[in-house]
Design a binder for this molecule. Structure first.
Ligand code: SF4
Length: 245
């Protein structure tokens, strides 16, 4: 691999190879690049160590490129840019995703809360697979008055990904406290913006360890989604079950 020198920096929590534990690509060998920093407060967040903006280590972009090259294993399918919230360091994200696309044949994959559709649109040309995560109104991850703005941005990111013909799927985390009316409104709002054929799947992910939903609760959410998005699936986090990172 060849590259030119770059002086910019990025804060990264960790880089490691593991098994994709969530969503449509569950089971695929994946290199994870976890960016530091996220301003949201999901109660089910399982990477709280990566939430502070000053957590992890500050690297030169070139150092991270070297780490990626060193960490890459044969038969890896994709590189996940995750967090934390990777959009908070969008310039570095673009630099690294561009590097992967130019230097390897791996897919680039973004896991984001989609809180800012403008930043998302800048990153999108360098991304192959988009996991668009929606939060229900009762999830309390932002103040009530900020929820509408978050939802607007999530929907805009979804539309941008679909319009750009990216491989796109939707994920919603469900807890036992998830309000079904709120959940139904959310799915209905999404269904007004895209067609089922625009996405490769709709994942309901049970929260793990925090307010875990019962099977009946999960089936209730499945029954809400299925008439609007027939490809809905309930998929728990595999990596938690098999002791992978
Ligand atoms: S958006 Fe993701 S990283 Fe941020 S708090 Fe929620 S689960 Fe954690």
């Amino acid at each position: 691999m060849q590259r030119t020198e770059n002086k910019a920096t990025v804060r990264v929590s960790e880089i490691f190879t593991s098994i994709e534990g969530e969503g449509i690509f569950v089971g695929k060998k994946t290199l994870f690049v976890r960016f530091s920093g996220c301003h949201l407060k999901c109660k089910w967040c399982d990477t709280k160590y990566a939430l502070p903006l000053d957590s992890g280590t500050e690297y030169q972009i070139d150092e991270i490129k070297d780490l990626i090259v060193r960490e890459l294993q044969p038969f890896t399918y994709k590189v996940n840019f995750t967090g934390g919230e990777p959009l908070l360091q969008s310039d570095a994200l673009i630099e690294l995703a561009d590097f992967i696309k130019k230097q390897t044949n791996l897919k680039t994959y973004i896991e984001s809360s989609c809180f800012d559709s403008e930043l998302f649109s800048k990153v999108l040309p360098y991304i192959d697979i988009c996991k668009i995560e929606f939060k229900t109104a009762d999830s309390e991850i932002v103040e009530n008055e900020e929820y509408d703005n978050l939802l607007l941005n999530e929907i805009r990111c979804l539309e941008l990904a679909v319009k750009s013909n990216k491989t796109t799927y939707i994920k919603i985390v469900v807890t036992n406290s998830t309000d079904l009316e709120s959940f139904k409104n959310l799915v209905y709002n999404i269904s007004k913006k895209i067609k089922p054929s625009n996405i490769i799947g709709f994942i309901i992910q049970p929260s793990h360890g925090v307010d875990q939903p019962t099977v009946n609760k999960l089936l209730d959410t499945y029954d809400i989604v299925q008439p609007m998005f027939p490809e809905v699936r309930i998929i728990p986090q595999l990596h938690k079950e098999i002791g992978a990172r």
